[in-house]
Write a protein that binds this ligand. Structure first.
Ligand SMILES: [Zn+2]
Ligand SMILES: [Zn+2]
Length: 295
């Protein structure tokens, strides 16, 4: 059995979000305010609708990313580190061909594409068929912090892609527009250093997880066993945890609960992939990337 663990390389955990708006599109706050709202973050992407917002002015956030949210009436797609050349004769029209072109140009520019809020059925969402028609994108926004639990969670579509053998990562972002939407969901990236290149390198390899307040210290593989070290300290260790291991088709492989610091799952070989969700009592959560299992 071979288990592909994206968390093998260790570095330092960095916190950040790639999908946030300013007054340059329909956000309420100018860039300088958004920087302040995200004080304490290690990195931040600004992704206005159909515009690449230039990073300028004073900020404390060490690393920032240029991004754009390609925003047709039907679907939205996040491009992190897109080439500025995409703005020539730019159209957000949703065709697979047009969106695929953006994905490929961004990947060639050292960036990546994420299909965002795929379940936002009341406005802009992704049909699963269309997601399957797209190639070369890096991930799916499985947790969008906009604030509608019915529409902003998309583990079902992620599991559908993963179960069909697509290797795509799960992202968490605020998609912040208005006051109160900041710091709800983010990505914890295990990078060698806090630079754009090191963060993208780690993200492309899947060495990150989604958090809404809780986390993992490490995820390791020992023989055929996935060993999950939950974020631990004297205070957290007193609290109750709910750990779920999911496999292909979203099947629940194992649930482990208690005032624990670690959870283990021994792979049988038929899982397809194993991904881990953990909730701390009170609701703070973290969601790992899949570890692909080959028989
Ligand atoms: Zn959107
Ligand atoms: Zn957005």
């Amino acid at each position: 059995m071979k288990i592909w663990n994206p968390y093998e390389i260790t570095g330092k955990w960095l916190r950040g979000s790639f999908h946030n708006h300013t007054t340059n599109s329909d956000g309420w706050f100018p860039l300088e305010t958004v920087y302040k709202m995200y004080g304490g973050y290690d990195f931040l992407g600004i992704s206005d609708h159909d515009k690449i917002t230039k990073h300028e002015g004073e900020r404390e956030i060490p690393t920032v990313f240029e991004a754009i949210e390609v925003s047709s009436r039907q679907t939205h797609m996040l491009l992190v580190n897109p080439p500025h050349s995409i703005m020539e004769n730019y159209s957000s029209e949703f065709t697979i061909e047009n969106y695929q072109r953006f994905v490929d140009l961004t990947a060639a520019n050292g960036g990546f594409a994420v299909l965002v809020h795929p379940n936002r059925y009341f406005s802009n969402f992704w049909k699963l068929d269309d997601m399957f028609k797209m190639e070369n994108f890096l991930g799916v926004e499985v947790y969008n912090g906009d604030g509608n639990p019915e529409y902003d969670i998309a583990f079902d579509k992620w599991d559908a892609l993963l179960s069909a053998g697509r290797k795509v990562w799960g992202f968490g972002n605020d998609d912040s527009h208005v006051y109160g939407q900041e710091k709800r969901a983010w990505n914890m990236v295990m990078a060698m250093e806090n630079t754009n290149e090191a963060i993208v390198d780690a993200i492309v390899k899947g060495n990150f997880y989604v958090s809404t307040g809780y986390g993992f210290d490490a995820i390791q593989v020992e023989d055929d066993t996935v060993v999950v070290d939950l974020r631990s300290n004297e205070l957290l260790d007193k609290m109750y945890k709910y750990v779920t291991f999911f496999g292909k088709d979203g099947r629940v492989l194992q649930e482990t609960t208690g005032r624990i610091k670690q959870a283990k799952y021994e792979c049988k070989g038929d899982e397809g992939y194993v991904r881990i969700a953990v909730y701390l009592e009170g609701g703070y959560s973290a969601f790992s990337q899949p570890l692909f299992v080959e028989k």
